[in-house]
Design a protein around this ligand. Structure first.
Ligand code: EPZ
Length: 422
């Protein structure tokens, strides 16, 4: 397993290109299952999760042609061979469950392994199941798999979600495009990745409105057709790299970034004393003064503060002048980066879903362990500030969601390298 070694203290200056959104691409790719016509995706990020989704779709018989080093994908499901998403693939990536809605919609059946828990929480699928059952699906759990059928196809329905689940909103929106009649999703998730998926479905011929609001309305159609769609910019990669100069000084422009993707995050940065300016090139970030100020953070569904930026924000607040309180409301176990940051000299107390961070003047490099995707990158960021060397192990977590993190950071002056473990 590879490790990444960061030597702290070097100011960063220059441009960091931001890739297409992992969490948009992982919903857009399964949309190919809704039509036998080709779906072309551009600005696809080069990540291991995309490779996992590709393998899953190919196991169902989808043809996936990658071009331009993986930035362009042409997907075609005109010759499907299976409707079974196998545990061996699904256990590696929860987003595999996004084949459930499209398979049910067009093939009227699906056998999808439950993803099982992951580091950040149990991650059940009750909201997906309840919603699809309201649309006429019959779903039962047998030997760890969801066995779902929709004899005669799905029917439009009013679908209230008990929680604005991103994945459930995506599964239902895709399923509803081919259902008979009208579906209204209430308390729908409003994330930019949902907006991106709906725009792609509309390009394929779906009758769908309301993306970005809590109510999405879909009129089912007979069939969907071909489309070409650019994957939206990754707001989580964007927010991650916006923080980098706050840890070690300098000024960085995140190319392609736009304020509308990170509004609540930028409000917190402003309160912490970080300057963010928008231009047609992207978002330029620089710390005012020599230390960020403490701020309180509560994670919420979009447009609230994103849970996927909580670990990165905590790392920054470890160096703030003052005490900050973070409340994680989306996942039940998403503070595993805290003990690793404490190994670097941070002063953090965790009680359940609350963390109190007492800012310290400096962090010290140490060997630390990555546990999940966003925790991993928060340790890299902390390493940019820490005195001496920080060695982040198990960086396969990182490669799931960040393209060549060491290349993007070293290009703006960071002393960072990847070492292959023998
Ligand atoms: C998506 O996961 C993202 N993944 C996550 O990003 C992100 O953290 C999350 O949305 C919240 O924004 C992708 O888009 C591939 P949810 P998803 O359904 O859809 C509970 C990353 O780092 N819940 O909105 O799985 C669930 O347990 C990843 O890129 C149920 O209880 O998130 C969680 O506590 C991590 N029952 C909360 O809702 C359900 O049926 C949010 O889940 C579904 C969800």
């Amino acid at each position: 397993m590879d490790s990444i070694i960061v030597s702290g203290g070097t100011p960063l200056n220059g441009d960091i290109p931001i890739a297409g959104a992992k969490n948009a691409a992982l919903a857009l790719m399964p949309a190919t299952l809704l039509s036998g016509a080709p779906l072309t995706l551009t600005n696809v990020p080069r990540l291991s999760d995309i490779k996992t989704m590709t393998a899953l779709l190919e196991s169902l018989g989808v043809e996936v042609t990658s071009m331009q080093g993986g930035k362009v994908q042409v997907l075609s499901s005109h010759a499907m061979t299976s409707t079974r998403a196998d545990y061996e693939i699904v256990r590696k990536m929860r987003a595999s469950n996004l084949v459930l809605g499209p398979l049910l919609a067009r093939h009227h059946e699906a056998i999808v392994s439950l993803p099982g828990g992951c580091a950040i929480g149990a991650r059940p699928m009750d909201i997906h199941i309840d919603a699809l059952e309201l649309m006429g699906a019959q779903i039962e759990l047998r030997d760890g798999y969801l066995h779902a059928v929709a004899p005669g196809g799905l029917k439009g329905a009013r679908v209230p979600l008990r929680f604005a689940s991103v994945g459930a909103t995506e599964n239902v929106a895709m399923a509803a495009t081919l259902a008979k009649g009208t579906t209204v999703i209430e308390n729908a998730a409003r994330e930019p990745e949902i907006v991106d998926l709906v725009r792609c479905l509309r390009a394929m011929g779906a009758q769908i409105e309301g993306e970005g609001t809590s109510t999405i309305e879909i009129q089912g159609v007979e069939a969907l057709g071909a489309a070409t769609h650019p994957v939206v910019t990754d707001r989580i990669e964007l927010g991650t790299y916006m923080l980098a100069p706050v840890f070690c000084g300098g000024e960085v422009t995140c190319l392609g970034g736009t304020l509308d993707l990170v509004t609540s995050f930028v409000e917190k940065l402003d309160a912490a004393g970080v300057d963010v300016s928008e231009s047609d090139r992207g978002l330029t970030v620089k710390l005012r003064g020599d230390r960020p100020r403490a701020v309180d953070v509560v994670t919420e569904p979009f447009p609230g503060f994103p849970t996927d930026l909580q670990a990165q924000m905590m790392a920054m607040l470890c160096l703030a002048d003052g005490t900050s309180k973070l409340e994680e409301r989306i996942f039940e176990n998403r503070f595993m980066h805290a003990p690793e940051l404490v190994r670097m000299g941070a002063n953090i107390e965790v009680q359940g879903g609350q963390a109190t961070v007492h800012g310290v003047a400096r962090l010290k490099g140490a060997p630390v362990m990555a546990t999940d995707l966003r925790a991993s990158v928060s340790l890299i960021l902390a390493g940019l500030a820490a005195e001496g060397e920080t060695r982040v192990n198990r960086v396969y977590h990182l490669d799931r969601g960040y393209e060549h993190v060491e290349d993007k950071l070293s290009a703006v002056g960071a002393r960072i390298e990847r070492v292959q473990e023998r």
